[in-house]
Design a binder for this molecule. Sequence first.
Ligand code: HEM
Length: 314
Amino acid sequence: MAVSVHAPPRRDHERARGTRIRAWPENRPIDATYHLGFLATEIAVRCLFSQHISAADMGEVVAGMETLMDWVGRVGLGPMGTRAAGLPTPLNRRFRRSLRSLHGIVGRSIDGRHGCAQPVDDLLEVLLAARDTATGLLPGDQQVRDEVLACMMAGADATTHTLAWALYLLGRHPDVLTRLRQETDTALGDRAATVDDLPKLPHTGQILAETLRLYPPGYLLSRRTKTEICTGGYTLPAGVTVAYSPWAQHRDPKLFPDPLAFTPDRWAGRHLSTSARDVYLPFGTFERARQRGPVRPDANVGGQQASPTRPAAT
Ligand code: HEM
């Protein structure tokens, strides 16, 4: 991979992305998950290490991410768990090849950064400079590489599926699409949005919030109990894994009237109750959510969201 010290101007990336999207065929089906996966991975890669990454490497990153996610779903979270990882199956072999290739690409980027005199404004720079709060030590390259890969996987996958579901819902609700177009035309014209534009795009935000309500990419999350807790008539001992489903919570008719309807306006003003906002957890909750990912600041939920796994002793 060619690592240049100066990142190509942002507008070049935007132009390249615009050209690719305009190349999507009109009025014919496209594999939205594939195309959006490419787009989301590319954006995640640019945020993580803003330097140039060749088209060939980018293709390898996208394909590698797809293999890694496939492996996590079918092997890592499969019935035998990681015990099946050592078997010489085609998926395990593809997984190892992809991991080697991703390690190579990210590793070369880290090496390039060590030789770079000027500070760069991206996440890799932040990770390389992050000192352990207890020891004051800088992280090793391998740790940084693993964090970068975790961010690439977590960031690109969730974003891809959110955007794919948003397109699906917009395709079925042309009235919402028309409003979206009007809003973006007024706020942006034909330029790409920046963070500063977000206040001018309230309807766009509501469409994404409603997409994440109906189709949260993290539809089943888990936590381990630190202490014994009693909730909903059940006692959960310390140290057990508790699963909860944002997907199910988001469809509770008591909190979200007409829960299966795609209604971005429900996010306007104060339509939703505080309880509804409390169970809305597309980005998860607790410590992780506070540390990582784009989190709603008002996401706040107590133990009552946990799915009890065993009845209280009577
Ligand atoms: C629509 C966008 C996104 C959604 C819906 C989403 C959702 C989530 C959820 C549900 C979790 C699990 C949290 C939990 O267990 O409580 C998570 C974890 C995480 N997310 Fe996101 N996320 C998004 C975008 C991103 C982006 C853009 C990044 C990074 C650039 C990112 C990085 C992470 C990381 C590093 C984790 C922790 C992974 C781990 O420890 O295994 N996410 N995200």
